[in-house]
Design a binder for this molecule. Structure first.
Ligand SMILES: [Cu+2]
Length: 171
């Protein structure tokens, strides 16, 4: 009787391990991030839920830094924000909303494949003078990051801290 239970359980474990191994390497495949779902930082929001607009500028400074202005944002859990992102610099930049670890992973990938294109809902890439927007709902509290992952830009200062304050449960 026992082997009847053991065999399927083992098969299940094997299948789970294989899935876990294959799902986390791409970064830009059709994974959760690309779909904009189940990300720690939140999910794409509805324009009708927007409660405030935050303008973020991307630019280079005279002393060779690349920056976001502002470079620190504080939000509340549950809030839906419209980010208006403007590239006021002279180089191409991007705004990627994620957690620090995933931005670091993504940055490594872009170092290897600089021509890589993506249209993830948590990111916008802009030429000088262009502007774009992201509507985002911050479903989880915690510390996150917005960053430009064009090779060399993060190292030149192009990242900012985003903290989402957990809202008290109101039931
Ligand atoms: Cu940049």
């Amino acid at each position: 009787m026992k082997s009847l239970v053991v065999v399927p359980a083992f098969a299940f474990l094997f299948a789970t391990a294989a899935l876990a191994g294959g799902g986390h390497t791409g970064g830009h495949g059709h994974d959760d991030a690309a779909e904009g779902k189940h990300m720690a930082v939140g999910e794409p929001g509805q324009a009708s839920d927007v409660t405030r607009t935050i303008k973020v500028e991307m630019l280079e400074t005279d002393d060779g830094e690349m920056i976001f202005k502002p470079d620190r944002l504080a939000l509340k859990q549950g809030e839906t924000v419209r980010f208006t992102i403007v590239n006021t610099g002279e180089l191409e930049h991007e705004f990627v909303l994620d957690n620090k670890a995933r931005n670091a992973e993504h940055k490594d990938l872009m170092q290897k494949f600089p021509e890589m294109e993506h249209d993830d809902p948590n990111a916008v890439r802009l030429m000088p003078g262009e502007s774009g927007e992201i509507v985002w709902t911050f479903t989880n509290g915690g510390g996150f990051e917005f960053a430009c992952l064009v090779p060399g830009h993060y190292e030149s200062g192009m990242y900012g801290e985003l903290s989402v304050v957990e809202s008290p449960v109101t039931n």
